[in-house]
Design a protein around this ligand. Sequence first.
Ligand SMILES: NC(=O)c1ccc[n+]([C@@H]2O[C@H](COP(=O)([O-])OP(=O)(O)OC[C@H]3O[C@@H](n4cnc5c(N)ncnc54)[C@H](O)[C@@H]3O)[C@@H](O)[C@H]2O)c1
Length: 683
Amino acid sequence: MNAVNRVDIRTAAVIGAGNMGSGIAQKIATEGYPVILVDMDEPLVQRGLGIIRATLEQGVERGIFRKEAVEGILGRVRGTADWSALAEADLVVEAVFEDLQVKRDVFRKLGKHCRPDAILATNTSSFFVRDLAQVTPRPERVFGLHYFYHPAKNRLVEVIRHEGSGKAEFDAAWSFQEAIGKTPIRSADAPGFVVNRFFVPWLNEAVRVLEEGSADIPTIEAAARKAFEIGMGPFELMNVTGVAIAMHAADTLGRELHPYYAPAARLRQQVDARKLWDLGGTPDPSRLPAVADRLLGAAFYCAAKLVEEKVASVEETDIGARVGLRWAMGPFQLINEVGVRRAAVLANAVVAGHGLTVPLLLQHADPRVGIPIHLVALGQRGRLTSVWIQRPDAMNALNEDVVQQLENAAGIALAMAEHGIVIGGSGKAFVAGADIRFFVENLRGGTFQRIHDFTARGQKLFRTLSGGRRPVVARVQGLALGGGAELALACDWIAASPKAAFGFPETGIGIYPGLGGTQRLPRRVGLPLAKYLVYTGQILGADQALAIGLCDQLATFSLLDAACEALAERGPAVPRSAPRAPRDPSWKPVWDFFDRYSVDQILSGQGDTGGNAQLERAVKRMREKSSLALRLSERLFDEGCDLPLEEGLDLELAHLQEIFSSPDALEGLSSLIEGRKPAFAGR
Ligand SMILES: NC(=O)c1ccc[n+]([C@@H]2O[C@H](COP(=O)([O-])OP(=O)(O)OC[C@H]3O[C@@H](n4cnc5c(N)ncnc54)[C@H](O)[C@@H]3O)[C@@H](O)[C@H]2O)c1
């Protein structure tokens, strides 16, 4: 059985204060953790700190950070050339020169200076993690953490296990990536790991097309931008990230995998000439489709091959492309888009001449279904069966496909789980709500029935989650908004990380929470506080959520899985009845206000706030909401709270058409996707 992680990472260290190391340290400090930044001598340390300061100051100019925040972040970075400082670190990330000997020396030194329980990680791009783990006294505590440039900005990190890595240590390294706002994906200890395994050959294929004279650089750039919906084509990307880096990466892949991956001669020439690519010129439109086919074929072959070799899953490969490279679609989504038959033909056209054959995954895929891509994964997390939503780049938003897959996965988990079930999401958000575009498209298209069916299906699924044979725990590591908060409420228990945030923004977009929010929320936190949250859309952090009973337990990221297990030990929750008084006395003024006054009284200025600032803010916020949505929410709260939960939920569903057919719903939902303030009728 897998053990859950009980290694708590509080202090991190980074070795190597260069481009990557300084960025990794910056990100860790920005997310609130102390970090020790080590380099060979004091001037190099100072240079690294200077890089961090300069990057943060640019962030201030662009309005990403407040000026005061910069000093706070820098205050958490301790630069030193004294390795004895590493005794404090729970996690050390090595980011020194890409030289095996240098890195092995560093790992030997880490073995001496770090505590025996510290986790050691390498940011290597081209060496095997096992070759570094070998030189340490505790290889089970060594991992790869492969960040992408710029590591304070690019969310992706590949978490690499070698054969001797420990499970609990892996979980700790993984959870810490979530804690610092990263989107981790798993990789085997294989050449190029996940993303570089298809990205570097993609760059190389572009150079081959050029070398053969099939197209010039502007044509290849235009074809790539269009086919992959990206801002920069392969040549511009190489200019930005380093032409030599691309060549070295291709060299490694060519050496370890097959000569097909080795750099094109033209790439070597460019590196020898120490020149950037000349991007000038006009694309030749007649060549665009053929060039796109070459680039697609290269990506398809390499992605399918790495999955076939079990380096990563289909889903995590796609996440790698979307999050790390900002492709609009991952290689497998693209394969399904062009059709698996044609995808196999394109891949074959690229690799057949190199003596390679198309992976069976692609050859044998059923053309009617394509390659199955699971938006929801079923697995095991410690003792609990896990149901994981994996759409991190869409903040795990609920849409028809996600709900359908949740239904399947939860159905299996509920039937099979031995101990309990944990529901979670990958990336920064737990679930940031429902897919607003889907609502808008159906409202505009006059197909409300689809919205109804989607909501009814979601409600039905949510009704199965709690009070069953096995406890279901929501693992809320980040944002839980709207439908996401309602999903958490539908579980027996809610465990939250310090970065969890709960909110019900619906009335601000002209609707009400329709996935059980108007019924389960009052039964958890009491009717007046439920009204406060839904009427104002106020987002609560984890501490506040715990204080009012909106979640059951708070745990640091590294201990979150253990907290989920502990909650599951309590068994399924008994049906909740609404509390009659606030748990935390500091919420009494809010409780009393929303207990006493109706929506109409508050909107017409009859609610006496007694000068309480929180209440004044609440009233102000309510004036920005759809009054129609507020009134309907109030009705559902008042009429539903004395009914059995099931009947309350039916009531919520029964009013769905009323709210969605109102002009406020279309206005509110459209305003959100158009990024403007809504103008509601009938204020
Ligand atoms: N640059 C990228 O885009 C990128 C992306 C992913 C991974 N990586 C990997 O990250 C690592 C670092 O790359 P970089 O681009 O930041 O390199 P860099 O040259 O900018 O920085 C390396 C730093 O390590 C320090 N260093 C070297 N030997 C050391 C030692 N023995 N002890 C302490 N410090 C030492 C150097 O002084 C320097 O500050 C490499 O392994 C690289 O493959 C780089």
